[in-house]
Design a protein around this ligand. Structure first.
Ligand SMILES: Cc1ncc(COP(=O)(O)O)c(C=O)c1O
Length: 396
């Protein structure tokens, strides 16, 4: 049977491919350290797990949830937005619960993109933005980001004819895979661009709470009038160690959010009500707990950066996310570096080109293993002769 044409342009999902390589290496007896997927390695906070234990026994949670999410979940999201960003939202009209933010991010394209429409997607970026564009029949226009533009798309370089045919621009700060951040002045420029070309800004906030050294990430919705042009996607996954629970939410003006709600109500039937209750407990987690978790990542970041500096990588410390985005040694491409790391050192890292063509020449490290493992990573790299200045055909 022939699969649909819309699948023709979808590359194998980056992490499915990485998992396959890990399985292969493990089958050969290799002792693998994976710095691959951004999946927290510590447990969901106890206040959340305890809430879930109680709610799962309550039969009133066992039937279909409301499509938009339960009223109390949406109210908790709105309260959190007010406390965290000073943004006031209507819980009935301006929020919707999601089954993980990936679900909402993928579905929003079906609410806006017709065949032939453009989407504006940073390159490199979380792969779902481009792939969901393809699935919806659209065409991603890749906006290159790199050290030369502080990883902020240069709006002036987007051709007018592309902007006029574009429906969505996706942004994500703090950023996966680069760890870059953006400020409100940049968001204001983006909002003006969105108004000029009538484009929906989707801002992925998966990492807005994973910040260090006093940095506080802003919300696009803090800008006056932004809600008429912007949907923000918030996720419980990384902030509260809830990747497996599949709970998240989107916020934006009623008009811009409605197409997403319509798509969702025709495709899914919402997140388990007990999980939404646990999600409320998550949003009420004392800030100290989040600060403690960030302290773990900050310390790991420092250990890894120090180790990398010994290996010749002169890189700065990201202010946010648990990712390090590193240039590959000269003479190698991203895939070759990833292959060498796996074969010679038993370390899994995603090659930068898995995040878009402009990610070539980089690789990503996720700080999702403990400090001892990170020290071991550095030792293994040293032993395997993997360092920044290794020339092509180097001693590995
Ligand atoms: C930038 C970004 N957005 C969204 C997600 C999806 O998160 P979830 O579906 O678990 O909410 C991820 C996960 O890695 C991510 O890195």
């Amino acid at each position: 049977m022939k699969p649909s044409k819309r699948l023709d342009r979808i590359p194998p999902y980056l992490f499915a491919e990485i998992d396959r390589k890990i399985d292969e290496a493990k089958a050969k007896g290799a002792d693998i350290i994976s710095l691959g997927i951004g999946d927290p390695d510590t447990a969901t906070f106890p206040n959340i797990v305890e809430k879930m234990h109680r709610e799962i026994d309550d039969a009133s949670n066992h039937n279909y949830p409301p499509y938009q999410g339960t009223k109390d979940f949406r109210q908790a999201c709105v309260n959190w937005m007010k406390n965290r960003f000073g943004v006031e939202l209507d819980p009935d009209k301006e929020t919707v619960a999601l089954i993980g933010s990936k679900e909402g991010i993928a579905h929003v394209f079906f609410g806006y993109v017709d065949p032939g429409d453009y989407t504006l997607v940073p390159d490199p970026a979380y792969p779902v933005y481009a792939n969901a564009t393809y699935l919806a029949g659209g065409e991603p226009y890749f906006m290159p980001v790199g050290p030369e533009n502080n990883y902020l798309p240069d709006l002036g370089k987007i051709p007018g004819e592309v902007a006029r045919k574009a429906k969505i621009m996706f942004l994500n700060y703090p950023n996966n895979p680069t760890g870059a951040v953006a400020n409100l002045d940049y968001f204001k420029e983006v909002l003006e661009f969105a108004k000029k070309y009538d484009i929906l800004i989707c801002h992925d906030q998966a990492y807005c709470e994973m910040t260090y050294d006093g940095y506080v990430a802003p919300s696009f919705l803090q800008i006056e009038g932004a809600r008429d042009y912007c949907i923000e996607f918030f996720s419980h996954s990384k902030t509260y160690n809830m990747t497996g629970w599949r709970i998240a939410w989107a916020a934006g003006g009623e008009k811009v959010l409605t197409p997403l709600k319509t798509i969702k109500s025709n495709i899914d039937s919402g997140a388990f009500k007990a999980v939404q209750k646990a999600g409320i407990a998550a949003l009420e987690t004392p800030q100290e707990k989040i600060t403690e978790l960030n302290e773990i990542y900050r310390s790991r970041r420092n250990i890894m950066i120090e180790g990398l500096r010994e290996l010749g990588w002169d890189v700065g410390s990201p202010k946010a996310t648990f990712y390090l985005w590193l240039p590959v040694p000269k003479g190698l491409n991203s895939a070759e570096l990833a292959e060498i790391m796996l074969e010679r050192a038993g370390i899994v890292v995603p090659p930068g080109n898995g995040y878009g063509p402009n990610g070539e020449g980089f690789f990503r490290i996720a700080l999702t293993v403990d400090e001892n493992k990170l020290r071991e990573v550095v030792e293994r790299m040293k032993k395997a002769g993997i360092h920044f200045n290794m020339a092509s055909g180097a001693v590995y």
